[in-house]
Write a protein of this length. Structure first.
Length: 121
């Protein structure tokens, strides 16, 4: 089973993802902000990081940039969780920073699980 780090300032979003992951027997780590997420990523080197786009302080974009710039974290798989429409500029960012998958918000649990499975494959 995989270890997945969830970085999201919304406790309800984290709870949903943790429930889905644990149902699939994955280990779920939680961070309520980008700074804590970076600490946990460095300490645990998870198989996948699910990061929210909009958070106070270190937002998802900044988090992803810092992960990719850190040699010890640069190969982590990343899933971006967002309710934002993915426009051309965001597509460029996703490619440039090698974001593996996007988890749409809102989404049904099965859809989330399918995206997580694809990211871990």
């Amino acid at each position: 089973m995989a270890t997945v780090l969830i970085v999201d300032d919304d406790a309800n979003n984290r709870l949903l993802l943790v429930s889905i992951l644990r149902h699939e027997r994955h280990t779920a780590l939680e961070a309520e902000n980008g700074v804590r997420g970076l600490e946990l990523a460095a300490a645990h080197l998870p198989d996948l990081v699910i990061v929210d786009l909009y958070m106070p302080g270190v937002d998802g974009v900044t988090f992803i940039r810092r992960v990719r710039e850190n040699p010890s974290l640069s190969e982590l798989r990343i899933a971006l969780s967002t309710g934002t429409v993915i426009d051309a500029a965001m597509e460029d960012f996703l490619q440039l920073y090698r974001v593996n998958v996007v988890i749409p918000k809102p989404a049904e649990p099965q859809e989330i699980l399918d995206v997580i499975r694809a990211a871990l494959a």
